[in-house]
Write a protein that binds this ligand. Structure first.
Ligand SMILES: [Fe+2]
Ligand SMILES: [Fe+2]
Length: 255
């Protein structure tokens, strides 16, 4: 079942939390569908486990062949491993960082991505969707070197990729968190290891404060809404992570 994050005047934001194989080895992951009138975009469609249900859900709104955009926050397998199937069943264009533009075709059969990938430049860009747009916001090194988040100015949802993720089950992910304190233990270890440095988190927080964000929706775990949005923006700038912790001891030849 899709989780409806927003639905107003033909603009619908859906989240899928249960399509990765939690009984197996795969980490819980969320996929997103933004419908606008008779077109739409999928955000971080994930691996092959999620493909069938996403395609069926799109078909409830418009023929999947009319899907116009595939937005990828970065190039990890849980983000875009199903690219070959999407390139086959739709006419959609993939938007991904310029850093990954020539790497993403490795997920596909030769020629499948010809003329269908737009490399997002480092400063980000506005991506048209029907008569609205989605905004690719720079989120480099959070965690990937070429990394974007997608801001929807209609719903005011920030699809934050791997920033703000929490580790748990699809049930944990299915309802928004509105107060951050009790949620931090599910987020802290991931951010300390996967985020590259405190410096980039503080720069990101400054950018995030300039946006009217209704909800921060990460690619793993629960959305953050209400007071948790600003609490997260303040918390994330306070953590040391990634290279902040490293010493020579981390770069020693194993015994
Ligand atoms: Fe990732
Ligand atoms: Fe991820």
């Amino acid at each position: 079942m899709a989780i409806e994050l927003f639905n107003q005047d033909g603009h619908v934001c859906l989240m899928f939390a249960h399509l990765s194989d939690e009984g197996g080895d795969a980490v819980q992951a969320n996929q997103f569908l933004v419908i606008h009138g008779d077109t739409g975009a999928i955000i971080d469609p994930g691996g092959n486990m999620a493909y069938n249900e996403l395609l069926l859900t799109i078909g409830r709104f418009f023929p999947p062949s009319k899907l116009s955009k595939i937005l990828a926050s970065h190039a990890d397998p849980d983000i875009i491993a199903s690219l070959d199937r999407w390139m086959t069943s739709t006419q959609a264009t993939l938007y991904i960082s310029r850093l990954w533009e020539r790497f993403a075709p490795h997920f596909c059969k030769p020629g499948k991505t010809q003329g269908r990938i737009i490399g997002i430049p480092d400063p980000g860009m506005r991506i048209p969707l029907g008569n609205t747009e989605l905004v690719a916001l720079p989120a480099h090194f959070m965690h990937s070197e070429g990394n974007f988040q997608f801001w929807d100015p209609v719903s005011r949802i920030l699809f934050s990729g791997d920033l703000g993720v929490s580790m748990g089950t699809s049930l944990d992910a299915s309802s928004p968190v509105t107060s951050l304190a009790a949620h931090i233990p599910k987020m802290a270890a991931f951010h300390r290891r996967y985020m590259v440095s405190n410096k980039v988190l503080r720069l990101w927080a400054n950018m995030a404060r300039s946006l009217p964000i209704q909800m921060i929706v990460p690619q793993h775990g629960a959305p953050m809404a209400g007071a948790a949005v600003q609490e997260f923006i303040e918390w994330i700038g306070t953590i040391d992570c990634g290279v902040d912790h490293l010493t020579q001891a981390n770069y020693a030849v194993p015994a």
